[in-house]
Ligand binder design. Structure first.
Ligand code: SAM
Length: 350
């Protein structure tokens, strides 16, 4: 174990802040023993705040139409092989009905940036979900919108918003996106969401093309300062119809290490163990939970939509990601010492 890395993990645990150089050392120099050390600390912290509860979110992939050209993403506008769909209000509501019976108390509506989903359309769906299920939270993940739009969504009852910042380095951002998308706007969106009152989530893909350890250090510093309520950290996985088809997948160990580091930095954060982590390696999502994550997002989308919402190749489809297999997911989670709860699973403010 590197003494420097261990000392930095201890320092982060006590002070909850490191310099970008120190974050860089962590990311650049950690080894297997450091990973175990960070894991033990993260697990202890997470148990002291959230016990052994694992919160589940019912993911509803409402559309794969997207006006954006994010170079890494399988549903980007340029992919002519992507068969497009969008769910109707009735289809979304029936996903919620099914999910509610299974015990879901958060519904996440995620999708590409689809002009069909105007404020009027989304607000109508959100307020209907909230009136049918007042004990549930609604999370949105619909990309970049104006302040006024976010405010309207919030006023219609949405509780949380996920918008990964993708990278905190603008040069790196420009290698992942076409020039009409800027880090400046992404960040402005994130600050607006927080200002409006959403429980807000940022995050990155680990191992995205051209990412370096300096970039990840910047991301950690941004997460520290932005102080989000949620953070989505998952490995980059290539999609065959994108320009990054031949790039390597993100590292499993680095993803786990970052989950632990973020838990140590932000004890109360809601930290998903992502589908991408489960896709990268069998049992990956359980490993994420064992490294400090406390949220899993099983897929409630209709079967036809699941096949078409392909952000990357071979998206996990083993059954355990499906809500139908919730019972077996529950067993699996309890076999590693945790338990899936029927709860909104809000951010604990104190
Ligand atoms: N359009 C919304 C947005 O931009 O935030 C939400 C949908 S977007 C598809 C959700 C997330 O998927 C992105 O933030 C990105 O990090 C992730 N993603 C896209 N392509 C990916 C890939 N090839 N590997 C791993 N994650 C990917």
């Amino acid at each position: 174990m590197s003494k420097t890395v261990k000392n930095l993990i201890d320092k982060l645990n006590i002070q909850k802040t490191l310099s970008p150089d120190e974050y860089h050392t962590l990311v650049n120099e950690f080894d297997k023993d450091d990973l175990s050390y960070a894991k033990e600390l993260a697990v202890g912290i997470r148990k002291s705040v959230y016990g052994t509860s694992v919160f589940i979110r019912g993911l509803i992939e409402i559309t794969n139409y997207c006006k954006n050209g994010c170079l890494y993403c399988g549903i980007n506008r340029a992919n002519k092989n992507c068969s497009r769909y969008r769910l109707s209000k009735e289809e979304i509501l029936s996903c919620c009905e099914y999910g509610y019976e299974l015990g879901f108390r958060t519904f996440v509506m995620q999708g590409g940036e689809d002009n069909h989903f105007t404020d009027e359309v989304v607000c109508d769906i959100v307020s209907e979900i909230k009136s049918r299920y007042p004990d549930c939270a609604v999370t949105l993940s619909l990309g970049e919108r104006s302040y006024e739009s976010y405010k309207a969504l919030y006023d219609s009852g949405a509780d949380r918003y996920l918008l990964r910042h993708e990278t905190a380095d603008s040069e790196h951002y420009s290698k992942l996106h076409p020039s009409d998308l800027t880090l400046e706007n992404r960040m402005e969106c994130l600050y607006n969401l927080k200002r409006i009152g959403f429980q807000t989530g940022c995050g990155i893909m680990v191992g995205s093309p051209y990412q370096t350890s300096v970039h990840i250090a910047k991301d950690l510093k941004f997460i520290e300062e932005f102080d989000p309520q949620m953070c989505g950290i998952g490995p980059f996985l290539p999609h065959k119809d994108t320009v990054f088809a031949d790039f390597d997948k993100g590292s499993f160990d680095l993803t786990l290490f970052l989950l632990s580091i973020i838990r140590i930095m932000k004890p109360r954060i809601l930290l998903p163990s992502t589908t991408a982590l489960g896709t990268l390696r069998e049992g990956g999502r359980e490993m994420g939970i064992l490294h400090g994550a406390n949220v899993i997002m099983p897929n409630l989308s209709p079967e036809t939509a699941k096949d078409k919402y392909m952000l990357y190749d071979n998206k996990l489809r083993t059954g355990l990601e499906s809500a139908k297999a919730l019972e077996s997911l529950k067993k699996q989670i309890s076999s590693i010492g945790y338990n899936i709860v029927t709860d909104r699973g809000d951010y604990k403010r104190n």
